[in-house]
Write a protein that binds this ligand. Structure first.
Ligand code: AMP
Length: 432
């Protein structure tokens, strides 16, 4: 299918062509006609599948058709959980809107509010925002939400995780009840499903992928490693495999700082990005990483959503996430827009439960490897022996489950190796 079959205006088709997009992605193909027809929508789409354009393009189409004379009030509101994602959605939207007369602005905390206030005073059609600063500016009477006719919750499940529910309910109460609502997420927890019932009005459901599955162009594998050896293992992989660019996830801000400093000491450029850094430092870190001025970006989960770094080849879970859904989002930072990527997870003995949770969620057994000198196998428990695991001499470090997805041919165990790519799972690509 080509873009001009979707019913979008010539101005939008021109912008899409300028981006170099030739065919719509599955989420775009399915979602755009529904949004254009005015339906509420619950869309489950993986990160990196082009979901931003699947809601911004029809919003731009609908708003351009009904141009407002006089002072502009925001007519569409897009909420995102992180500042980085808000900035990214805003950049995408601006490039799609470049041949229309619509105006948009982005609002998030951690930076001086004055430029945002000035932009609102000029009148905007579309506002992209994180909830806290939006309410802050609302309470200072810098914007009205009375004209909102289209509302988007991006990364909706994350909005709940991050404790935004109160703010979202408040924001919803400030908008007219008659409006079109769109909800997007890569993962849908039970809680979010309940919330959708309160917000959405007879929604169409669009699901371009099995829920909670991971992007198929990402090769996934892991290493069994002692907790105390994780740093050395990371440095070994960076050096042996000559990584140009990697995004490394840690569980804590402190851990991210320490790891980044250690990497720098080895003469490898690295910077940490997390919630304790100023917005200026976060933006600079990301920009330096994107420009290849920094090789290793060490991040907490604040960076797990929304970062679109073209052709990011490696994502490392230095610590496994304790929330399984975060695994899907973290590894979505690679393999984006059809590029191949490798997601590597370090699994120390205390993280076995997290591993099991992740494997259950993605319905896939992570192939695990050991590198000599980095892992001390524990004595198997009586229970494990009873299950037939941990027999002496075995290098198998898989979680013990058979991979349940068809098509997976990777080995669940192996010996010393540094050939991550060749052994990791590599199913075929989908829409590109
Ligand atoms: P998203 O999932 O919205 O973050 O998009 C991921 C990446 O895919 C971004 O870099 C987009 O610019 C790119 N993209 C979106 N739609 C298309 C398309 N139809 N063809 C090629 N690339 C696309």
């Amino acid at each position: 299918m080509s873009f001009d079959k979707l019913g979008l205006s010539p101005e939008l088709l021109k912008a899409v062509a300028k981006q170099g997009y030739t065919t719509p992605t599955p989420i775009q193909e399915q979602a755009i006609p529904h949004v254009l027809s005015g339906s509420d929508m619950l869309a489950s789409a993986q990160t990196g599948t082009g979901k931003t354009a699947s809601f911004t393009l029809p919003i731009l189409h609908i708003l351009s058709k009904n141009e407002i004379k006089g002072r502009r009030q925001p007519r569409a509101l897009i909420l995102t959980p992180t500042r980085e994602l808000a900035a990214q959605v805003s950049n995408n939207l601006r490039s799609y809107a470049q041949f229309t007369k619509l105006r948009s602005t982005v609002i998030f905390g951690g930076v001086n509010q004055n430029p945002q206030v000035r932009a609102l005073q000029q009148g905007q059609d579309i506002v992209i925002a994180t909830p806290g600063r939006l309410l802050d500016l609302y309470n200072q009477r810098h914007l009205s939400l009375k004209s909102i006719s289209m509302f988007v919750l991006d990364e909706a499940d994350r909005m709940l995780d991050m404790g935004f529910l109160g703010d979202i309910k408040k924001i919803i109460s400030l908008m007219p009840p008659q409006r079109q609502n769109l909800m997007f997420s890569a993962t849908f927890s039970g809680e979010i499903k309940k919330l959708t019932k309160d917000i959405l009005n007879q929604p169409v459901t669009v699901d371009v992928s099995p829920p909670n599955s991971t992007v198929e162009s990402i090769s996934q594998m892991g290493y069994r490693v002692d907790k105390s050896k994780k740093r050395d293992l990371l440095l070994k992989l960076i050096n042996d495999q000559n990584w140009n660019q990697a995004l490394v996830f840690c569980r804590t801000k402190h851990g991210a700082n320490n790891l980044s400093e250690r990497i720098e000491k080895e003469g490898i450029t690295s910077v940490a990005i997390h919630g304790n850094k100023s917005q200026g430092a976060r933006t600079k870190a990301l920009a330096d990483f994107k420009r290849n001025k920094v090789r290793i970006l060490v991040a907490t989960d604040i960076a797990a959503r929304g970062l679109d770094i073209p052709l990011l080849p490696h994502v490392v879970n230095f610590d496994l996430p304790n929330i399984s859904e975060d695994y899907v989002h973290r590894i979505g930072r690679t393999g984006r827009a059809g590029a191949d990527g490798v997601a590597i997870s370090f699994v120390s003995p205390d993280e076995n439960n997290y591993l099991r949770g992740i494997e259950r969620l993605i319905d896939f057994t992570l192939p695990l490897e050991e590198i000599e000198g980095f892992y001390t196998p524990r004595k198997p428990s009586k229970k494990a022996i009873a299950r037939g695991e941990g027999k002496s001499g075995s290098k198998s470090t898989g979680s013990g489950k058979k991979p349940s997805r068809s098509g997976y041919k990777g080995k669940a165990s192996s010996t010393t190796t540094s050939e991550t790519n060749s052994k990791a799972r590599k199913p075929k690509k989908r829409w590109y």
